[in-house]
Design a protein around this ligand. Structure first.
Ligand SMILES: N[C@@H](CCC(=O)N[C@@H](CS)C(=O)NCC(=O)O)C(=O)O
Length: 282
């Protein structure tokens, strides 16, 4: 390796090591359990919490293919008190996000789409394929995931995170727009036709946020008003037993947020009460 390349590689290693060791406050680091060195789980292990829509996408695949004997599901706190910001977690996923899958050889697979592709590939012979039957329908399922991952997931925090009121309102308007995009995209009854597929897996957990949060905290009359195809799709998804299980898990997580008065504590309710913005995106 040329000296300049070696120096750049060394700087990169230092930045990653710094992210993995300095993210938690020093006081917390003392309380955190010792990070397992070179985490090597017995089974492929998915890290995520019930309320995370990103992790929920992957749990759906695991449940649908009945892989719970093969794949372990754990909370990020297994790797440290700071969860996704624990040094041991950051060493496996420097982005500090869930989900993350760790394989028995220590290989770390972050990103819900990567984990999903791995599960669908590795266990292609187990349970339903979750692949739409034609290239055109598979393209539609991929498009649903792209719309979700590029245009919805990055702004979903506007429903439940602390932020400036004007930015929040702009992002809620963008969500309303993306719902209109999805209304045109869904084939029916599922995203890519007759069978539930990875295209639905990408979308439906985020609809738990939409349906639980937007009417209750932002005064939306309905997420589905003027969107009949999406309304029928949501009914079809909820009738799927494994989707219903994931939806219930997420709702329980949201109930904890409600019990903790998250929207009041973060000042979201006060922003909405101010009424200077069109929160219902009508
Ligand atoms: N593109 C990523 C997004 C991951 C992501 O943003 N995960 C959220 C939960 S849905 C998270 O880990 N948030 C915790 C944090 O940012 O501290 C994926 O699809 O996996």
């Amino acid at each position: 390796m040329a000296p300049a390349t070696r120096a750049a590689a060394s700087r990169r290693q230092q930045r990653l090591a710094a992210a993995a060791t300095t993210a938690p406050a020093a006081a917390d680091a003392a309380a955190a359990p010792e990070a397992p060195a070179g985490f090597r789980p017995e089974k492929p292990t998915l890290f995520g919490v019930p309320v995370s829509n990103c992790a929920a996408q992957n749990r759906f695949i695991i449940y649908k293919k009945a892989l719970e004997g093969e794949v372990d599901i754990q909370a990020p706190k297994l790797l440290g008190d700071k969860g996704v910001k624990s040094p041991a977690y950051l060493a496996l996923n420097p982005q500090g996000k869930m989900p993350l899958m760790v394989l028995p050889d220590g290989t770390a697979l972050p990103e819900s789409q990567v984990i999903e592709a791995y599960l669908l590939d590795k266990y292609s012979g187990v349970g339903p394929s979750l692949q739409p039957p034609t290239p055109e329908l598979r393209a539609r399922a991929h498009l649903a995931r792209r719309v979700h991952d590029l245009y919805i997931q990055p702004i979903q925090g506007c429903m439940y995170k602390k932020m400036d009121a004007a930015d929040r309102c702009d992002q809620l308007q963008s969500i309303a727009f993306q719902l209109d995009v999805l209304e045109e995209l869904v084939e029916g009854p599922f995203v890519a036709g007759e069978e539930i597929s990875f295209g639905d897996a990408a979308l439906f957990p985020t609809f738990v946020f939409f349906t639980e949060i937007l009417p209750k905290h932002f005064g939306w009359a309905s997420v589905f008003e003027g969107r009949p195809k999406l309304a029928a799709w949501w009914a079809a998804v909820q009738a799927d037993p494994e989707a219903a299980r994931v939806i219930a898990e997420m709702r329980n997580g949201l109930a904890d947020w409600e019990a903790a008065k998250r929207w009041d504590t973060l000042g979201i309710s006060a922003q909405v009460a101010d009424g200077s913005f069109n929160w219902s995106c009508s």
